[in-house]
Design a protein around this ligand. Structure first.
Ligand code: SF4
Ligand code: SF4
Length: 223
């Protein structure tokens, strides 16, 4: 899932300073799961904004809403169109893709990000998430026992360790296990050590911005 965190309150309050009618817009997808931008967090942020304005003796109207997936145009269009005359600015609690989807669909409204989008990651335990995938577009997990060297190796090495690991820890960061050592042990456990002898894979690195076109889906839509 995409992991994000709410921006510091001071930064958020500065961004919305000029506005009196604010739509605080959450997303019920990834940012709800990582407790950063779901309906509960929308309510909390809304309350904090109102409290701040009350303290400053300034007027504010906050509208609270949450979309199913803010990165999905069909999910946001009806909500935002219905309330178009009720707000001057959208404070989006989605990831960067959600914020940009709203900005693209409603070019006449200013959309501000309430979250910092951190990474695509995994929930390790309650309140702890770690980065897991850089969305490189040419996944190698099939030959690395499900451990991503692009993301987890500090040097992003694809064809084996750099040789600098010490006691299982990465030479770049002693807090991190050496990804290639982990890959070795996992392949050994799975009786797949021969994968390491395979010819190095030439990686097809993506050009940004990435784009996926599925002609099969496009054909269905146009018929
Ligand atoms: S190789 Fe790593 S970064 Fe690339 S798609 Fe697979 S998990 Fe993501
Ligand atoms: S020690 Fe391991 S994880 Fe760290 S840079 Fe070298 S190969 Fe990558």
């Amino acid at each position: 899932m995409i992991v994000g965190e709410r921006k510091p309150m001071e930064e958020l309050l500065g961004m919305i300073e000029d506005f009196e009618r604010i739509l605080v817009l959450g997303c019920k997808g990834c940012v709800t799961v990582c407790c950063a931008g779901g309906p509960k967090e929308v309510k909390t942020l809304s309350t904090l904004i109102r409290m701040d304005r009350k303290q400053k003796g300034r007027k504010v109207i906050t509208i609270e809403a949450s979309t199913e997936l803010q990165c999905e145009p069909e999910s946001i269009r009806p909500i935002l169109e219905k309330m178009a005359n009720q707000y001057d600015v959208v404070l989006s609690m989605a990831c960067g893709a959600g914020v940009q989807t709203v900005a693209k669909l409603f070019p006449d409204k200013l959309v501000l990000p309430a979250l910092n989008t951190n990474f695509t990651g995994i929930a390790e335990e309650h309140g702890v998430w770690t980065e897991a995938c850089l969305a490189c577009g040419d996944c190698v997990l099939g030959r690395t026992a499900g451990i991503c060297p692009v993301t987890l190796c500090a040097k992003g090495l694809l064809n084996g360790p750099c040789g600098g690991a010490s006691e299982g820890k990465c030479e770049v960061s002693k807090d991190q296990p050496c990804a290639w050592q982990e890959i070795y042990h996992a392949l050994k456990r799975l009786n797949r050590l021969h994968y390491l002898k395979q010819k190095p894979q030439v990686k097809d690195w993506p050009v940004h911005p990435g784009r996926v076109v599925r002609e099969d889906l496009r054909e269905v839509e146009t018929t």
